[in-house]
Design a protein around this ligand. Structure first.
Ligand code: AMP
Length: 209
């Protein structure tokens, strides 16, 4: 079961990938998470990509593809995987074809208005990194504090308004063409993202059957 999840920022692909990972017993691989971990640990890769992420731009295709290629060679990927945030453009999708045969490409669709609303309300805990949204349920009990450890909730640098606009326009220009790419391969499924989390999961599981 080799699955790609894509959709505009905050469509819920990260949330769904985490749920599917447990249900399907295959790893969840998020390029955004890999970059953020490296930034946090100040590795050479992290230092190289920090300003790119902060500004809402894409990391270059060679760097990103190399990371995914190495990750997919690991033992835990032999029965499948869920890719979240990769590929992000046709160039990456073509590169992926050369080292993995994807079974399902799932687009979680939401409108730009919905994405902007969700992005500008996204917060994360400065200590445990738990992600909240002040707009969608479940909300934190206090809009400023983490439910688990009472640490302040902060906004990701790339969730600031200027970066949000850039990320959405990059999505339309570069990532949305993946629909046609996977449609032609007859493995595209479109799921409505503006539904409760459990309903989105149910719709995804239905198309994977
Ligand atoms: P995400 O958490 O998926 O929204 O990714 C956060 C940021 O990581 C993006 O805005 C990009 O800067 C970078 N990134 C994640 N995945 C990719 C990718 N496949 N190609 C290039 N840059 C990426």
């Amino acid at each position: 079961m080799k699955i790609i999840l894509f959709g505009p920022q905050t469509s819920g692909k990260g949330t769904q990938a985490k749920i599917l990972k447990d249900k399907l017993s295959i790893p969840h691989i998020s390029t955004g998470d890999i970059f953020r971990e490296n930034i946090e640990k100040k590795t050479p890769l992290g230092l190289k990509v920090k300003s790119i992420l902060d500004e809402g731009n894409l990391v270059d295709d060679n760097t990103t593809t190399e990371i995914i290629k190495n990750r997919l060679e690991q033992e835990d990927c032999k029965n499948g995987f869920i890719l979240d945030g990769f590929p992000r453009n046709i160039n990456q999708a073509e590169a992926l074809e050369s080292f993995a045969k994807i079974d399902h490409a799932i687009e979680i669709a939401i409108t730009d208005e919905e994405a902007i609303q969700r992005l500008s309300n996204r917060r994360f805990c400065s200590t445990c990194q738990h992600i909240y949204n002040l707009y969608t349920v479940p909300k934190p009990k206090d809009a400023k504090l983490c439910d688990f450890d009472n640490s302040p909730l902060i906004q990701r640098d790339d969730d600031q308004p200027s970066a949000i606009k850039k990320r959405l326009s990059i999505y339309h220009e570069q990532t949305a063409p993946l629909k046609e790419f996977y449609q032609e391969k007859k493995i595209l499924h479109m799921i409505i993202g503006k539904q409760p989390i459990e309903s989105v999961t149910k719709d995804i599981l239905a198309v994977l059957k």
